[in-house]
Write a protein that binds this ligand. Structure first.
Ligand code: SLL
Length: 260
């Protein structure tokens, strides 16, 4: 939808807002995760798919609603979630037996003038990972989590939307309920004061249980990438050495053949 009349775009400005999407799944188990009444016989797991802010920050000032398109075998597969409280996730709970691709469509607030955007999440019910250790750790865990950190970019936003993006949360609407103070406020590990429902593009300094994305994990990821790059550079050098040796060998053989 178009923003209000006479609005100009902020030239050369790009605003990003981090968010997380993904799924959590649990195997039914009589003691730890009992099957709710009336769950079909063949359903083996309960699961949820969600879109939310990092560390429960607010995304509702730019994301108005989220549509989750589930597998056609599920009753009413298109689920639209809106009117969530700042800091609360957009999410759908379900039960089932199989993994599939979920189409997630983000609808932006009217002020943005942005068209909806779709991306995909593969619902995971079973342990996965690239290494045996990763898979084993998941096997031990009571919940199969498949979470993705993402950044929403707003390129040259309209003036009004830029103001909305960059103005602080109206405390009266904060997650803490009436008055907005108190319940929603927490001190994050690492010394930052944050609030459930806060509007921010900052990542928390450190991770905490259930909140894996932080500057700490970002640093660890960068280190892993740098190490991998170091290894690739080394492999490239090795191949270049082999190539040089092979070229020298060809040259030597050619000269030998010429002399013969
Ligand atoms: C598979 N391609 O074969 C996938 C399909 C479908 C999952 C998975 C049904 C839930 C319901 C359900 O779990 N479908 O009956 O409500 O693995």
């Amino acid at each position: 939808m178009a923003p209000e009349k006479n609005q100009k775009r902020c030239k050369g400005v790009q605003v990003f807002r981090p968010f997380v999407f993904g799924s959590n799944a649990k195997l039914f188990d009589p003691t730890t995760n009992p099957k709710p009444a009336n769950t079909p016989e063949d359903h083996t797991h309960s699961w949820e798919v969600f879109v939310k802010g990092v560390d429960d920050t607010d995304i509702t000032y730019w994301c108005k609603k989220v549509q989750f398109k589930l597998h056609e075998s599920i009753p009413n597969p298109v689920r639209t979630i809106e009117n969530v409280a700042p800091g609360a996730p957009f999410r759908v709970f379900e039960t089932g037996w199989g993994e599939f691709e979920i189409a997630i469509k983000l609808y932006y607030v009217q002020e943005s003038g942005e068209k909806p955007q779709t991306f995909y999440h593969h619902l995971r019910l079973h342990p996965f990972g690239t290494t045996d250790e990763e898979k084993e750790a998941m096997r031990q865990s009571p919940c199969i989590k498949s979470w993705v950190y993402e950044e929403q970019l707003f390129n040259e936003p309209y003036d009004g939307f830029f103001d909305l993006l960059t103005s602080p949360l109206d405390r009266s609407k904060a997650g803490g309920g009436k008055g907005g103070k108190g319940k929603g406020t927490k001190v994050m590990r690492g010394g930052m004061v944050g609030s459930t429902g806060e509007r921010t593009a900052l990542l928390p300094l450190a991770s905490r249980p259930g909140q894996p994305f932080s500057r700490e994990t970002e640093k660890a990821e960068i280190k892993k990438l740098q190490e991998a790059k170091g290894k690739v550079d080394e492999m490239v050098k090795e191949v270049q050495r082999e190539l040089r040796d092979a070229e020298e060998e060809i040259k030597r053989l050619r000269e030998e053949a010429k002399a013969a």
